[in-house]
Design a protein around this ligand. Sequence first.
Ligand SMILES: *Cc1c(COP(=O)(O)O)cnc(C)c1O
Length: 440
Amino acid sequence: MRTHHNTDCPDEIWGADALAFDQAHLWHPYAPMTDPVPRWPVVCAEGVRLKLADGRELIDGMASWWAVIHGYNHPSLNRAAQDQIQRMAHVMFGGLTHMPAVELGRRLVALTPEPLEKIFLCDSGSVSVEVAIKMAIQYWQARGRPGKRRLLALQGAYHGDTFAAMSVCDPVTGMHHLFEGVVPKQLFASRPQCRFGDPWEPSDIADFAHLIEAHEDSLAAVILEPIAQGAGGMWFYHAEYLRQVRTLCDAHDVLLVADEIATGFGRTGRLFACEHAGIVPDMLCLGKALTGGYLTLAATLTTAEVAETISRGEPGCFMHGPTFMANPLACAVAAASIDLLLAYDWQAKVRSIESQMRMELAPCAALATVREVRVLGAIGVVETHAPVDLPTLMTRFVEAGVWLRPFGHLVYMMPPYVIDPANLSVLTGAVRCVLSEAAG
Ligand SMILES: *Cc1c(COP(=O)(O)O)cnc(C)c1O
């Protein structure tokens, strides 16, 4: 491979040795170490473009897994990071505090609905889910109901890769049988069938209603991804389902955790997906786009009632405190990312991405290999009948100048909100073209 020449992008030599080292020594997400999956060295990124070591540029359709909503290498986010790094990149949060945490906290309290107001800042989405689960268990312990410690989740869910988070992921796609005896057994309601925007079908909530009723004495919380299930199947369900879940949780004394790690910060067309149903959860998990995709940071928000109850119980505090809790650098960038989001009409932008994807992905539905096309907010999904051949498809996408990483039966895109119509057309065009080739 040749050296990359770009004034904004320092030279970086990617010889065969570097790639060989990567393949020999570095795990990649959900990838084997024995049979190297394709991987492309990226040397820098700007706006919606990734620059590869061989000089090619790809239009990014993934926002680096939902996170990079403002595009790469954004001047305001760079400035926020640079300003903060001059002061301190990190300092412990035990016994100390700092302005980046306060500034981010102020914004999160203002942005999220009442009565969410107590914020736990942690390292990653999975950890924020662990934190929410622990909070729910400590809450009921403090209320004198220690038997309430199980979770009710939805089939098709994805909540992260740590053990408690895994326990509430779909049992089949989450491979629970591999970890039998290690992953706690939770309860699962069938995946909501009634789609977002379709007429409501009251029978859709029956399974969930039955489970919460039958198990209320052992349930600490319900956890779900509101409206849009992400990595568990890219599935959009009816807002009425969510409203009824809220009502049933209240009726049966069960807390509601909304995992908005993927949906938060506008992705579904609302700032938070819960707004589609007009409900407020007892705990809200945020991550991914929180720092505009710059650094790993997540947050679990809860109510004063939950936080104060936990703090009055044994042992008088919430039992969690990561080393990098409220990392100042990440908090500073997160505050800047929120300011950036609120400074422009992101909602109009997401709406126009939505309508363009609807129009331009629609022809895929005519392919014999395609089951259906669905779009919500800035998420576009083409579901195929058979699982896609990932290495082949990804290679073809790269050849077509776009960055997309399908999984299972799903070819999907959630581009940075800053993408312009011409670049979005290149993405949707590549999907149409590559899928029709694959259809033969
Ligand atoms: C990505 C994701 C997580 C896990 O976040 P990590 O930062 O990867 O640990 C949890 N829940 C949802 C809905 C996600 O999309």
